[in-house]
Design a protein around this ligand. Structure first.
Ligand SMILES: N[C@@H](CCC(=O)N[C@@H](CS)C(=O)NCC(=O)O)C(=O)O
Length: 217
């Protein structure tokens, strides 16, 4: 469906895993948004026009009427509260806390160390492409090892909390995309791979994939 002027706006980039999380949540909720693209590789996030919108120079960025919001997890939880069906968090308070724990393991522990601006900074410090690739692989693998054990401790499957996707799955699938980009061996992570495989069968996940976005190059 095409967005109208009154629809919320999502600033993103096809390969941004943080924007990818929000696209999945929008799809699961059936929320239509106008997608505006910020070409991160070309540095558009650091241009004055975008910095006026989001001074942090990062995507995603969400505008919904008066509300302007950065941070994918804040945007996703806002969507979950304003459009409760289907819920993106499990039923019990304990399970919701564990779901947030796993989401944060991806969004706060794994993702920031491999972000574009971090890799660019490593390049400025004369660290070459091969070493930067090894850096990304290292931190994703360390993060996935812990996450895999946590998922195994919960049991169930194919998703983190059973047969319907919740917040951790929304964060894990884009991180798997990123892991593949950097050539991480996913063989040691069967639970993570099961989540990714199950998600690929769901339209909201498939439609949010980077190669399906209009700005994909
Ligand atoms: N914690 C933020 C992270 C946002 C973020 O780092 N976005 C990346 C793309 S995945 C970005 O805009 N990078 C631009 C850059 O590194 O220059 C969130 O979850 O929204």
């Amino acid at each position: 469906m095409t967005a109208t002027q009154s629809d919320p706006v999502l600033y993103g980039y096809f390969r941004s895993t943080a924007a990818y999380r929000v696209r999945i949540a929008l799809g699961l909720k059936g929320v239509i948004a106008e997608h505006r693209f910020v070409h991160l590789r070309n540095g558009e996030q650091n241009e004055e026009a975008y910095l006026k919108i989001n001074p942090a120079g990062l995507v995603p960025y969400w505008i919904d009427g008066e509300l302007q919001l950065a941070q994918s997890l804040a945007i996703i939880e806002y969507l979950d509260e304003t459009c409760p069906e289907p819920p993106l968090l499990p039923d019990s308070a304990a399970a919701r806390a564990v779901a947030r724990e796993m989401a944060l393991a991806v969004c706060s522990d794994i993702h920031p160390i491999g972000n574009l601006r971090v890799l660019k900074r490593l390049g400025d410090l004369a660290i070459d492409d091969t070493a930067r690739n090894a850096w990304s692989q290292h931190w994703i693998s360390i993060g996935f090892e812990a996450l895999e054990k946590r998922l195994a401790s919960i049991g169930g499957g194919p998703f983190a909390f059973g047969t319907r996707p919740t917040l951790p799955d929304i964060c894990i699938v884009p991180q798997v995309f990123n892991a593949r980009r950097f050539g991480v061996d996913l063989a040691p992570y069967p639970r993570i791979r099961a989540i990714d495989a199950a998600a690929s069968e769901i339209d909201a996940f498939a439609a949010a994939a980077p190669h399906r976005q209009p700005d994909a190059t």
